[in-house]
Design a protein around this ligand. Structure first.
Ligand code: ACO
Length: 323
C-alpha cells in the first residue's frame, strides 16, 4: 500500500514586524482590543519588492533543506495562494523555475485560508494514485496587499508569510502504525460566498480589490465546521480525539481555536498556536505552525497530528497524519 509521508517542512516570514501598537498609531484600535478579540500581538508584512513567489520560494527552500532531497526529485508542486503574483500564469510555475525543478507539474490552488489543506489533500491523492512520487506543497500569501488599512474590523487580523511541506510516496505493508497521511476530507458551500470575499477581481472590476468579511458569521461557521471536519477526518482514519497528540488548526483567531478545542473535548495543551505571533496568514498558517512545532521539538515520531482549516467560499477541511 502506498502512503504519502511528510518528510520535510519549512517556513518563511518577512522581516518587517507590525505590532498592535504600531497599528493603533494610524487606526482607531488598541492592543487590548486586538489581543482580547483575536489573540494576535503582531504580524509580519512583506517588503514592497517582496512577492508571494519570493515568500513561497524561501519557505520551499527551507522545506527542501529539511527533507534532504534535491529539487530535481520533486515531480509535483502545488502552491496554495489567493494573492498570486499575476492573474496568470500560476505563481507555482515561477517557483518551479526558480527552484530548478526541471520537470513535473506545478499549479496553484485557490481555496483562500483552506488553500493549504486543499493542496495537501490533492497532493496526497496524486501520490496515492501513483501520479506523483515527491510533492512540494506550499502556502504563501501577501494579504497586506488586499487589506483595506482603513477597515479596523479586518486589517488587524491578517499578516504575510509562507510555509511548505514535502510529501513523499512510500510503499509498505498494511501495518497500522506506519507513518504517513491517514485521511483527508474537504468541503465547500458557495451559499456563503459573501461572508468572506474580495470586492474586486479580473472579471468584475479589473482591480485586485479589498478583503471584506462578516466577522461574526465567519466565526460561527469556523467553530462548527472545523469541529465536524476534525471528527470526520479522525473517523476516516479509525481514530478518535483521545488518539490526537497535536491539533494544528488554521491560525485565524485564538477564540475560534479555543472554542474548537472545547467542542472537541481536546486538552488545550495539544494545540499548536502561532496566531499570536503571525496573525492570520491564510494558506500559509498551517505549514508555518507545523514548522514552528517541529523546530521546537514538540512533534515526535509516532505522534498523531490533525490539520484543519476554513476559508472564503466557504471551503473547509481536515487531515490526519501519523508523524
Ligand atoms: N479595534 C477596536 N474596535 C473594533 C475593531 C478594532 N480593530 N474592529 C471592530 N471594532 C468594534 C466594532 O466597530 C464594534 O463597535 P460597536 O459595538 O461600537 O459597533 C465592536 O468593536 C464589536 O465589533 P464586532 O465585529 O461585533 O466584534 P466581534 O466580537 O465579532 O469581533 C472579529 C470581531 C474579531 C472580527 C470576530 O468576529 C472574528 O474573529 N471573526 C472571525 C474572523 C476570522 O477569523 N476570519 C478569518 C477566518 S477565515 C480566513 O482565515 C480567511
Amino acid at each position: 500500500m502506498i502512503l504519502s509521508r511528510i518528510i520535510g517542512c519549512g517556513g518563511y516570514l518577512p522581516q518587517k514586524v507590525l505590532t498592535n501598537d504600531d497599528l493603533s498609531k494610524n487606526l482607531d484600535t488598541s492592543h487590548d482590543w486586538i489581543v482580547g478579540r483575536s489573540g494576535i500581538n503582531q504580524r509580519h508584512i512583506a517588503a514592497d519588492d517582496e512577492l508571494t513567489s519570493d515568500l513561497g520560494l524561501a519557505a520551499a527552500r527551507n522545506a527542501i533543506k529539511d527533507s534532504g532531497i534535491s529539487p530535481q526529485e520533486i515531480d509535483l508542486l502545488i502552491l496554495a495562494t489567493s494573492t498570486p503574483d499575476n492573474t496568470f500564469p500560476a505563481t507555482a510555475t515561477k517557483i518551479q523555475s526558480k527552484l530548478g525543478m526541471g520537470c513535473g507539474l506545478a499549479f496553484d490552488v485557490q481555496a483562500v485560508c483552506a488553500g493549504f489543506i486543499c493542496a495537501f489533500s490533492i497532493a496526497n491523492n496524486f501520490i496515492k494514485s501513483g501520479q506523483a512520487k515527491t510533492a512540494l506543497v506550499i502556502g504563501a500569501e501577501t494579504y497586506s496587499r488586499i487589506l483595506d488599512w482603513k477597515d479596523r474590523g479586518t486589517c488587524v487580523l491578517f499578516g504575510d508569510g509562507a510555509g511548505a511541506v514535502i510529501l513523499r510516496s512510500e510503499e509498505g505493508n498494511d501495518n497500522k502504525d506506519r507513518a504517513g497521511i491517514l485521511s483527508t476530507c474537504m468541503y465547500s458551500n458557495g451559499d456563503y460566498y459573501k461572508a468572506l470575499y474580495v470586492d474586486g477581481g479580473v472579471s468584475t472590476t479589473q482591480t485586485a480589490g479589498y478583503l471584506r468579511m462578516e466577522g461574526r458569521e465567519v466565526f460561527k461557521h469556523a467553530v462548527e465546521k472545523l469541529t465536524s471536519a476534525a471528527n470526520e477526518a479522525l473517523n476516516l482514519a479509525s481514530l478518535n480525539i483521545e488518539n490526537v497528540d497535536w491539533l494544528i488548526p488554521h491560525q485565524a483567531n485564538l477564540r475560534i481555536i479555543d472554542a474548537i478545542a472545547k467542542k472537541l473535548e481536546l486538552d488545550k495543551k495539544k494545540l499548536i498556536i502561532t496566531v499570536d505571533q503571525h496573525a492570520n496568514t491564510s494558506s500559509a498558517s498551517i505549514p508555518l505552525a507545523l514548522s514552528a512545532a517541529i523546530k521546537d521539538g514538540r512533534i515526535n515520531a509516532g505522534d498523531i497530528i490533525v490539520l484543519e482549516a476554513i476559508g472564503g467560499g466557504l471551503v473547509w477541511g481536515a487531515g490526519v497524519a501519523r508523524w
